[in-house]
Every structure is written in C-alpha cells, then in structure tokens.
Design a protein around this ligand. Structure first.
Ligand SMILES: Nc1ncnc2c1ncn2[C@@H]1O[C@H](COP(=O)(O)OP(=O)(O)OP(=O)(O)O)[C@@H](O)[C@H]1O
Ligand SMILES: [Mg+2]
Length: 269
C-alpha cells in the first residue's frame, strides 16, 4: 500500500506535469514570441516593446504584449490602460488597446507605489500562473517586455518563458554598451536567439553608431536606429502611430526583425 508521503509526491508530480501541459497548450497558440531586452534600465525597452507591438498590429497581425518587467511594470502606463483585465472562472482575458492584447504584472499590484520585490522562485511561479491562465486567443506575435540586466529576474523570465528570440535595445554610445554585451552573452549561454540590436536615442545629443558597432562586435543583425525625438513626449498614443517618421522607423525595425526570424525558421506570417 502506498504511504501518504509517496502519495503526496505523486500528486505533486502530477500537478507540475499538468501545469506544464497547460502552458505548452497555451503557448502553442502563439506563433512567435519576441523578447525585448536591454543591459540597462531606461534605454527605452518599454517604448520599443509597445511600438513594435502596435506596428505589428497595424500590419494586420494578432498581437499580444506581456509585461514581465517585475520590478517596474509600466507597459500599461505607456499604453494608457486603466482598467484591469477581465478575470472570469480563473482565466485572465487581456485588456486591449491600439489593437494589442495586454497583460502586465502591474495589474496585480495593489497600488502604483508598491514596490515589487520578488525572488526567483516567486517570479517563476507568477509567470507560470500568467502563462497558464491567460486566454490570449490565437496570436501571431507575443511581444514580451523583460526586466533589464543580468540579474535573477531576467534570467528567471528567460528560463520560464521560452522566447523565439530577443530584440536588444542599446544606445548610441559604444562605451555604454558593455552591459548590452553581457546580456547578449547571457541569451546565448541559455541557447536562445538574438534577433538583433536596435539603437535608441540616436541623434545630435547622444550621437550615433553604438548600436551598429555592438551588433558587429557580437555578430548579430543591426535592426535600425530610433532617433531621439520630442514627439515621444505626447503620450496620448504610441509614438509610432502618432508621428509618421517614427512610424517609418518602426516599420523598418519590424522588417528587420521578421528577416531575422525567417533566417531562424521562426517567422509567424
Ligand atoms: N527615441 C526616443 N526619443 C525620446 N524619448 C524617448 C525615446 N525612447 C524612449 N523615450 C522616453 O524615455 C523614457 C524611458 O523610456 P522607457 O520607459 O521605454 O525605458 P525602459 O528601458 O523601459 O526603462 P525601465 O528600465 O525603467 O523599464 C520614457 O519617458 C520614454 O518616453
Ligand atoms: Mg520599462
């Protein structure tokens, strides 16, 4: 007769197996998962994730945006989403804005000021729960806004949610891209793909060229420049939809991302 300890262990194995199966089923309906990542905070990761997502949606794709920047989830603020997603029968139904379905860790904060200090296992559990319970529907692309750097949080996210590739956001100054190199090494150590490097804040003030240099140094595609512009100050709409020149920059980046995906045999459409 099996003893209670043995029974509990079998139950545990069964639960974790069911969880894995459920996640695999859910993720199976998402054709392409793209992570947006950077070495440092404040380089424009969230801005790039949001504008990539709305540009892909504008091109007729079904797009989801998942904010797993645990420490600082602000995708909803950038998109101007106030209402929480619908939570029915244990399922999360994403909020929708500008044609993009959005789920953010911020939805589960009690208030905006509350600091989220999470350790690896908690992050792992929270992401698993997101993945298990979010009803995305059929998606061509899921864009994921990751925490910056090489600490526990981004590492856990990368290990929990299998991404098809990463867009690395860098800056015009070559020196500042040391951290980005470390990030790219981390992605590759995990046997994941770097889709390429974008340079944000290009222009007179910060210069130009760091992103392209970084791409060359790490032997990854350069996906394009995104200039530093005043139009980002208007947050009534994602800037790619508001400013046609920014829209063009993002169309170019999307094209380059698709090319990278195609070369890896991962392109959705
Ligand atoms: N190309 C640009 N031109 C002008 N402003 C920009 C540009 N890109 C981003 N910004 C602005 O810079 C600020 C920081 O951008 P963002 O929040 O996207 O960075 P982040 O890397 O996600 O930061 P964090 O690490 O805090 O999550 C925002 O106010 C954003 O509007
Ligand atoms: Mg951010």
């Amino acid at each position: 007769m099996p003893n209670p300890q043995e029974n509990a262990r079998l139950e545990q194995i069964k639960r974790s197996w069911q969880q894995k199966r459920q996640i695999t089923e859910r993720l199976g309906k998402i054709k392409t998962k793209i992570g947006v990542y950077s070495g440092k905070g404040g380089v424009g990761k969230t801005t790039v994730a949001v504008n990539l997502a709305v540009t892909l949606a504008q091109q007729g794709n079904n797009v989801g945006l998942l904010d797993v920047d645990i420490d600082c989830p602000n995708v909803t603020k950038v998109l101007g989403i106030d209402e929480k997603p619908e939570y029915v029968d244990g399922q999360i139904y994403p909020s929708e804005k500008w044609g993009v379905r959005v789920v953010s860790m911020a939805f589960f904060q009690q208030n905006e000021e509350e600091a989220i200090i999470w350790r690896g296992p908690m992050i792992h559990n929270a992401i698993n729960q997101f993945l298990q319970t979010t009803e995305w529907g059929d998606l061509d692309y899921l864009v994921v806004d990751l925490p910056p750097g090489t600490s526990d949080s981004p590492l856990t996210v990368m290990q929990t949610l299998p991404m098809d590739g990463f867009v690395v956001v860098s800056t015009p100054q070559a020196l500042a891209n040391m951290d980005a190199k470390r990030c790219i090494n981390m992605i590759r150590k995990l046997n994941l793909n770097v889709l390429g490097v974008v340079e944000n804040y290009t222009g007179e003030i910060f210069g130009e060229g760091g992103g392209k240099q970084l791409a060359e140094d790490v032997d990854a595609p350069f996906l394009g420049n995104l200039a530093l512009r005043a139009s980002y100050r208007d947050n009534s709409k994602p800037t790619a939809l508001l400013d046609p020149i920014v829209g063009e920059e993002y169309t170019h980046v999307v094209k380059a991302v698709k090319k990278s995906l195609q070369e890896l045999g991962k392109e959705a459409g």
